[in-house]
Design a binder for this molecule. Sequence first.
Ligand SMILES: [Fe+2]
Ligand SMILES: [Fe+2]
Length: 325
Amino acid sequence: MYAQMVKSEATNDDPERLAAFQARIDAGEKIEPKDWMPEGYRKTLIRQIGQHAHSEIVGQLPEGNWITRAPTLERKAILLAKVQDEAGHGLYLYCAAETLGVSRDELTEMLLDGRMKYSSIFNYPTLNWADIGAVGWLVDGAAIMNQVPLQRTSFGPYSRAMIRICKEESFHQRQGYDAIRKMAEGTPEQRRMAQDALNRLWFPSLMMFGPSDKDSVHSEQSMKWKIKMNTNDELRQKFVDQTVPQIEFLGLDLPDPGIKWNEERGHYDYTDPDWSEFYDVIKGNGPCNTDRLAARNKAWDDGKWVRDGLLAHARKKAAARVAAE
Ligand SMILES: [Fe+2]
Ligand SMILES: [Fe+2]
């Protein structure tokens, strides 16, 4: 089905329909699954929502790694709730993608065999407990920056999923900030761990917004379709401007000597991340790519008996219904 959609892309977009479609978007209307849409719109959304869903699911792994080692019962309960939320986010988003004519199984298979991507950040390890604070604070913080504007995206199911997700994301960021604050105010050793987590996760967090606008391949059309609401660099700048005062409040050192308030621009200057590292991680060469995909493949394989059992049960019920009619 997905392959068929991709093939038919060039054939069904007649200019009049395209103009009417664009006019609806410009007028702020939502596009719903049964409405006509250009194949490029459908395809871009499947890629974007699918990648987003995969990121929620794979994103459970670096944090799940610490559930058994959380320092207190309270921290464990908070982390457990957060990781469960991420599973829920993945489900909302897979459901939104399914309304575009791709099945959840197809999307999952494309993740598992590497045809679809997930956010590069989850290919970095969480080495100490302070990393869990830094992930909530910086990674969920960057995610919110991206997701809040997407509540106004043009595709109805995606927009509605984002509204639900954003409510939970702000809790995620607060719990992260609270955890790292505790470390930053703790013993010299805890403080050192908090600084180390910030230093390691800063540039990978900046990478979450995607390449610089000048190198971003999908931006212009996506902005026109309101699939993307801001450019990558706009969002990255917003994130830096929000986060630097928080770093200062924590009394931690800035993770980049290039961070400096620029009076003229009214924004913080900062050093761009190393984009060659970003592309390398996306290609599969990050520190944890192999582990993450192996874990997802194992979960999929281990769950086969459950899927088979549920399907057999559904088939049996359907057959009984037919026999009763
Ligand atoms: Fe999430
Ligand atoms: Fe989150």
